[in-house]
Design a protein around this ligand. Structure first.
Ligand SMILES: *[C@@H]1O[C@H](CO)[C@@H](O)[C@H](O)[C@H]1NC(C)=O
Ligand SMILES: *[C@@H]1O[C@H](CO)[C@@H](O)[C@H](O)[C@H]1NC(C)=O
Ligand SMILES: *[C@@H]1O[C@H](CO)[C@@H](O)[C@H](O)[C@H]1NC(C)=O
Ligand SMILES: *[C@@H]1O[C@H](CO)[C@@H](O)[C@H](O)[C@H]1NC(C)=O
Ligand SMILES: *[C@@H]1O[C@H](CO)[C@@H](O)[C@H](O)[C@H]1NC(C)=O
Length: 375
């Protein structure tokens, strides 16, 4: 497993039982002081949220397209779910359009794009052997006169490093981009020197086994490409973006690392975002060179069963932790039940035995330094 060596003894201890994920005890978020990621680097985070769209049958319905740009912007939520606190306290659906950039030379967009709340909805999963009842869909469609699109951003606007995973797929016509990315909210996002952003983007004009990862900006003010900023990656295991997969992005100090179904596929230190940022998901097209044109009457979708995120934020209220200690270290990776953390270390439970109580005397800082030592 991808943990620093500090944690390896736990596996030895628990190997009295068969070596499996079940060796770790499932706990609630309250029972965790911090969350540790697996993978090529171990980061600790203070907070965990799990957004689950798999069993929301009562809200499932696919809304008809709205063929007027203003009405699209002004559309209400597609079901009561999107006006519930569970949704509105965590995400904000966007309704801006790109009209301003169509006239300037800031972008090479060729079509009016309008973000609409009407394009974010819960849909019944009609897959053969479906592994959920429902999922959340973000739709983009080309109408006669404009492109209707979907975007929502996190209510938390000051993530300061995170590890986010979404179980998702992209399907539909060429000419769309589907994406999940961190975004530093700045007054003037045309000032390239201020841009900080880590992206996963899927271009539906590209071959379905390719995805693009970028620490923006990926171009200069002269329009030249910045090769170090971006990676064009082949999805492992002969799979493609039309298949459900866990897309993970770890925004860490100094590097952003991306995984697909647990396999590390890209890591970029160049231009790694430094300052507090939001998280944004979208599905769009503007007829520019990056997205390409979608044909009139066509649609594409980003579909999401769940989003699992562990993070720090700069504005978080003082946490329950005593004096910054992280006694009870949890994982969202080593669990058999997605979304429910397991305790890696720090309990007096029989699974962890004495190793747990030894951790009790360590402060967060010394746990961290041990991790660094054993890396
Ligand atoms: C998150 O916050 C904790 C507590 O302040 C800190 O120890 C940890 O290093 C932070 N994680 C990252 C990735 O910055
Ligand atoms: C969204 O935010 C509210 C707090 O306002 C919280 O009660 C709820 O659990 C959150 N949803 C998820 C999935 O974390
Ligand atoms: C990524 O590589 C594939 C295969 O060479 C190519 O078809 C695709 O256009 C590339 N995507 C980008 C964004 O460069
Ligand atoms: C991290 O956990 C995920 C989810 O369980 C798993 O797919 C992946 O292989 C693990 N990575 C490492 C390096 O152990
Ligand atoms: C998209 O279509 C417009 C109008 O037909 C055209 O001017 C533009 O070059 C096309 N863009 C791309 C990337 O093909």
């Amino acid at each position: 497993m991808g943990y620093p060596r500090l944690f390896r003894p736990l596996v030895v201890v628990s190997s009295l039982a068969p070596l499996s994920l079940a060796a770790f005890q499932q706990v609630s978020n309250d029972q965790c002081n911090c969350f540790l990621t697996n993978g090529s680097r171990a980061d600790f985070f203070t907070t965990h949220k799990f957004f689950d769209y798999r069993e929301k049958t009562e809200y499932a319905s696919v809304p008809s397209l709205i063929d007027d740009p203003d009405d699209s912007s002004d559309a209400g939520p597609t079901s009561d779910y999107f006006s519930s606190d569970e949704w509105t306290d965590n995400w904000t659906i966007q309704n801006w359009n790109n009209e301003a950039s169509l006239s300037g030379d800031v972008s090479d967009a060729t079509i009016l794009m309008v973000n609409s709340p009407n394009n974010v909805y819960i849909e019944k999963n009609n897959d053969e052997n479906a592994d959920s009842s429902t999922f959340l869909t973000m739709r983009t469609a080309r109408l006669d006169d404009f492109q209707t699109a979907a975007e929502f951003e996190s209510a938390v606007r000051d993530y300061h490093f995170l590890s986010v995973r979404m179980y998702a797929r992209t399907i539909g016509a060429p000419g769309a981009i589907t994406a999940i990315f961190t975004y530093r909210d700045i007054a003037d996002n045309t000032d390239l020197t201020k841009v900080q952003e880590s992206d996963l983007e899927i271009r539906t004009i590209d071959p379905p086994d390719h995805v693009q990862y970028t620490n923006q900006p990926s171009y200069t003010s002269l329009g030249l490409d910045v090769q170090e900023a971006t990676r064009n990656v082949t999805i492992p295991q002969k799979r493609d973006w039309t298949n459900w997969a866990v897309y993970r992005m770890d925004w860490s100090p100094g590097t952003t690392t991306w995984y697909i179904n647990g396999d590390e596929v890209a890591s970029i230190s160049f231009q790694a975002p430094r300052d507090p940022s939001l998280l944004i998901l979208n599905s769009w097209s503007d007829g520019g060179s990056w997205s390409g044109n979608m044909s009139v009457g066509e649609e594409a979708y980003l579909q999401i069963q769940w989003i699992d995120i562990i993070y720090n934020s700069t504005g978080a209220p003082p946490s329950k932790r005593d004096e910054q200690s992280c006694v009870r270290i949890c994982s969202i990776d080593e669990t058999e039940q997605i979304g429910t953390p397991v305790l890696l270390q720090g309990s007096a439970s029989s699974v962890l035995g004495n190793v747990g109580s030894f951790a009790g005397i360590l402060s967060w800082v010394s746990v961290l330094s041990m991790v660094t030592t054993f890396w």
